[in-house]
Design a protein around this ligand. Structure first.
Ligand code: HEM
Length: 174
């Protein structure tokens, strides 16, 4: 018997289940499991419905008085607004600066004009009487007004104007 005949005889002598024995090795079973799992997760698993992006609240230009501006100080999840020379800026994206605990939190919800002009965070820079007249800044010098202009320019580039600050009694005259 030559070699080929010998091999054929050997193959023929193998038990009928021989082929399937070699197919179900632990490795093949593991691969099959992996294949089934991947197919299930990629194709068959129901995917959760796509969440619609949350709509930004509409920005409405409105009038504020020092008192109605006050709640916009970033507390209780409120946006952060501040006023500069009668213009109310939404500085919420600068929450790190103006939000609770931020270095400039004293300006949040307030007329920040005098504090920015004078480079001061003192309480007395803020309008005390929330129902009184607005700060006219009439006593400030040129340097202070220039500094204020610088801040205003920066805010105009960075933040949206969402309203106008008016004294109590004049809010309807916007
Ligand atoms: C010790 C002095 C001060 C230091 C070291 C300082 C530092 C800074 C720094 C690093 C920033 C961030 C700048 C950026 O990333 O755009 C900033 C922002 C700001 N600073 Fe100061 N600051 C000082 C004093 C003041 C004073 C005296 C005022 C005015 C009262 C002031 C008002 C502001 C404001 C309003 C912003 C935020 C501007 C925005 O909303 O983009 N800072 N400061």
């Amino acid at each position: 018997m030559d070699y080929v005949e010998q091999r054929m005889a050997q193959e023929a002598a193998k038990p009928a289940g021989g082929a399937s024995d070699s197919l179900f090795t632990p490795l093949n079973l593991a691969l099959l499991g992996l294949f089934l799992y991947t197919t299930y997760t990629l194709l068959l698993k129901p995917s959760p419905p796509a969440a619609l992006p949350k709509e930004e609240p509409a920005i409405v230009f409105r009038t504020f008085t020092p008192r109605t501006l006050l709640p916009y100080n970033g507390e209780n999840n409120m946006p952060v607004y501040l006023a500069v020379r009668g213009r109310v800026f939404d500085v919420t994206r600068g929450r790190n600066f103006y939000g609770p605990g931020g270095p400039y939190a004293n300006f949040a919800g307030r007329d920040a004009s005098r504090g920015l002009a004078c480079g001061s965070f003192d309480e007395e820079m803020l309008t005390k009487d929330l129902d009184g007249p607005l700060d006219t800044l009439a006593d400030l010098g040129r340097d202070e007004m220039e500094a204020l202009q610088g801040w205003e320019d920066r805010f105009s580039e960075k933040y949206l104007v969402v309203g106008k600050l008016l004294p109590v009694g004049e809010e309807d005259k916007a």
